[in-house]
Design a protein. Structure first.
Length: 150
């Protein structure tokens, strides 16, 4: 299971880096577009166009900031641990699926198995925090049993 955690972290890192690259490319295109609007436009139409493009650039900047935070948070996750309780970096096998406690990303499929990547700040992450093998939690009116923590 320790190698699965490493594979999950590697896969998430790759996805985040790809996301960062895409956002940066989109931001650069928007910046070029804004600069071109400066060269060729005049008057109110010019200002409206620049304002719309600037809003788009600001949105990209927010997305980029969130992705960089996720990347940083991912680096903080211990890859090797032998937890007795659910903590950051745990792989938690339950009767409803396997959760990786790290960053909120959603479902990942690795080697034909599904893993739900969640953060400790998420509602289910909060419910799982500090739980032990064999414990039950109730989440969304469902009883979830922790089978094993890796």
């Amino acid at each position: 299971m320790k190698e699965i955690k490493s594979k999950i972290i590697f896969h998430l890192t790759t996805l985040i880096e790809r996301k960062i690259k895409t956002i940066q490319q989109s931001m650069n295109i928007a910046l070029e577009s804004r600069n071109e609007a400066t060269k060729s436009s005049a008057g109110d139409k010019h200002e409206t166009s620049r304002a719309l493009i600037q809003t788009e650039i600001d949105n990209y900047a927010q997305q980029l900031n969130k992705a960089l935070i996720q990347k940083n948070n991912l680096k903080q996750i211990p890859q090797i641990s032998d937890p007795q309780k659910v903590e950051l970096g745990s792989l938690v096998m339950t009767n409803e699926g396997t959760y990786f406690i790290g960053i909120g990303w959603g479902k990942l499929s690795i080697e034909g198995e599904n893993y739900f990547c969640i953060s400790l700040a998420s509602p289910i992450g909060k419910s799982l925090m500090n739980q032990e093998n064999g414990n039950n939690i109730t989440f969304s009116n469902r009883k979830i049993t922790i089978i094993e923590i890796y």
